[in-house]
Ligand binder design. Structure first.
Ligand SMILES: [Zn+2]
Length: 64
């Protein structure tokens, strides 16, 4: 993912900075405990697509 893109990305909920998790291909908002997925290099900045970091480990949400 383009590091410059990360500079302009903010959390859609709190407008705070995001942390790029390269291994998981996710953008993490620590205050909100949400992880936004990156698919094909494109960050999915939708709250309803975000993974709740508070939730116990669960299977990846289905795409459908
Ligand atoms: Zn946030």
């Amino acid at each position: 993912m383009d590091a410059r893109l990360l500079d302009i990305l903010v959390c859609p909920i709190c407008k705070g900075p995001l942390e790029y998790n390269k291994n998981a291909q996710e953008l993490i908002c620590k205050p909100d405990k949400l992880a936004f997925p990156i698919r094909d290099g494109i960050p999915i900045m939708w709250a309803d697509q975000a993974r709740d970091l508070n939730a116990p480990t669960s299977p990846a949400p289905s795409a459908s």
